[in-house]
Each structure stands twice: as C-alpha cells, then as structure tokens.
Ligand binder design. Sequence first.
Ligand code: PHE
Length: 441
Amino acid sequence: TIPKDIIVEGKTYPTDEWTNVPTSIVEAIPRRLHLQADHPLSITRKLIESRFPGYKTHNNLFPIVTTGQNFDSLGFPLDHVGRNRSDTYYINKSTVLRTHTSAHQADTFRANESEGYLISADVYRRDAIDRSHYPVFHQMEGARTWDRQQAGRAGKSVAEVIWEDIKKLPRHDVAVEDPNPPFHIERNPLQSRHAPEEAEAIAAHLKRSLEDMVVSIFNAAKGASDAATPDEALKVRWVEAYFPFTSPSWELEVFWQGDWLEVLGCGVVSQPILDNASVPERVGWAFGLGLERIAMLLYSIPDIRLFWSKDTRFLSQFSESQPIKRFVPFSKYPACLKDVSFWLRSSSSAAGGASPIHPPAPLQSAFHENDVMEIAREVCGDLVEDVHLTDDFTHPKTGRKSLCYRINYRSLERTLTNRQTNELHERLGALLVDRLGVELR
Ligand code: PHE
C-alpha cells in the first residue's frame, strides 16, 4: 500500500497521485558518492574544481526540490517532456528529486555570495538501462557573473571588465575547431537585455574557461589512455545547443580515443532568471556536466554501475594523491541474456493491480518503456547490465501490441548461477504483470 509520507533524512513529505519514487532510489540518497574520499567521482570533481580558483563550491545541497526550482525558475515550458512522470521522480505533485543541478541556479544567484560558483550533486532521472545510464548520477554546475553597476562605478562597461578578466585566464595550446559555430537565430537569439558586445565578452570568457578545464583534465588522463598517440592529439570543438535557461547555448566536445564526445552544456544565462533572483544588474554564463561521463572517459571505466560498487577491487584503484591511471577491470563475468515478451494491456481490459507508489497500470497508449526499466532495477538491482527492445509487433486483426525486451543479467562482482538468473527473470515477469497489467506471452 502507498505510504502516507516519504521520509528522507528527517524531512517528511506527503505523497499523492503523482508519487512515483521507489524505495531503491530513496535509499541511494545518503550515498553521496561525489563526497566519498578517493572515489573516482570525488577525484573528478576536485580535478575540475581546481581549474576554477575563487569559485565558491556547494557540494551538499539537498536533492529534493520543488517543481518551481527544477523547472519553472529555469523557464521550462509547461509541456516540456522533462516534466513527465515517465522521466522524473516525483515525491508528490509539486516536489521532485532534482533532475539536474540547474535546479539550484536561481537560489544560488539570489544568495549572491560570489562571482563564480560550482555545485556538485546527485541527480535523478527515470531512464534506459545500459552501461552508461543509471537512475542516479552526478552533475557539476558552474556559473560566473559580473555586475553592470559595479563596472559602471569603476568607470567601465561590463564588457571591458570581462575582457580584462579573460586576459587573466590560463592559456592552452590545444586546437579549437569551430570556435564560433553557426547559430540558429530563433533558437539561440541574442537576448533583448544584452548589448552584442556584452554577449560576446561573456561568450569569450565562457569558452576560454571551459576549454581550459577540459584540456587540463583530459591532459591529466593522457598517460592512462589507450590511444595516446601523437596523431590523436587532443582537440576540442564547440557546437550549438539548446537549453530553456541559456541563450546562446553550446556544447563542448572533445576528440578522445578516436571519437568526438560531448562533455558539457553551457550558455549565456537567461536574464529573466537573474531578474527573478533579484540580481537584475548581473550578467554571466553557466555550464553543466555529468561527472560519471567524464570519470568513465578519464579512467576507462566500462560500466556506470561500478561507481556504486563497495568492492575493494574497484575502490582501491583510485587515489586522490596519485596520477590518473587506467582502471583494470577485475574480471568480466559471463552475461546471461533472457527475453521477456508481453501483450500490452488493451484499453478495454480491467485495471491491473498497480501498487500506488508506482505508476498505475498503463493502457496501451500510456505505456512507457521507463516503467519496464524501473521494474528491472527493482527486481535486479545492479545485476542487470542492459535492457533493450528487440521486437515490437501489432496484431493485424486485434490491433493489440506486443513487445519483447532482452535483459542482460550480469554481475560486476561474481558469476550468477542459472538458478539465480531464472529466479530474477521470473520475478521480473511477475512484477511486469502486477504493475503494468501486461500479459506475458
Ligand atoms: N542542466 C543542463 C543539463 O542537465 C546542463 C546545463 C547547465 C546547460 C547550465 C547550460 C547551463 O543538461
């Protein structure tokens, strides 16, 4: 039955018909991997922090926020997919587990304690299951702003002050391809409150700061890389991006071991956010990045579940006081693939036995793949490596839809026996029937 309240670290939240956060997710909250000494996420965080001297760090902000903080304050439209219960963990209608560190932008700007800040935190998203997706991961957000009035009092324009600051930034000698990618003028307009020379100065400071950070951390991992050959020299490039809370916006990509990889999103902070945060005279930039993504590249960590491992064969390989070295997988235990096929509940059939803490049994049209993913996590914990759709069939006469998912069962720490995987697979099937009202084939 549905608990009346959800209690997290002494705080009590009432539940309602929006509640969809499972206990396994609530239990992950106290782990705070980004603060655990010698954990690769913590080492990666510190490495990045060291490239932003003078920025105030916030590393212990509470993960439960309002929909106002997570979405409205950032200008997310009401119909944005990110607001769906299929994508976001709701504690109740107006309270969520933050889906990104940007949830703290408005409050941090309002506190106005420093010109630059960095926020590192656990974030939560309902998503696919594979080696690079986990429902809890970690982001770092950073921002740098300047005050127009303060510049004016010193007899300067804010653009002049920013260019002076740019001269103080470290220089790197890595090739930057597309330093100024073409812009889609409707998606990424110059903001009405910004003079062109202001936006240009902010963008220049943003690009130099983030290029320096990416170049220095990837150079630190060079020795540990597989393909550190001279012809695969480090390169970075800028590509246009879109976020509801910055304009213009970019992604920074790095050429690493033969591929262009996206490492962060960023842009010029939307002025209405700063206005609403009672600092309308400030202008600046912000960025956000995924710590797991970067740590996986720096250390060649092959599976995102490893970050949650308490196995010393994993944890003992990382040290803050030592240079980055390649992670040596302790073993690859055998995979066990099993398929589950089911008919979706058709609109005429009766409601399934949904547990209220989970989404009600969806009709065919309301089915969302993330519900399958979450049930797989609930049954298997970290013993599931990958779940993906292998077949999608609609019966020509009845119009009923059938799906087949392939589950890859594999432990990172031991060999699973046939009995264990069979048992997991049976429980998975039963729970799919129970929660989603599907019919197994
Ligand atoms: N919050 C964005 C994300 O999760 C990243 C971002 C942060 C982009 C700040 C721009 C500015 O994808």
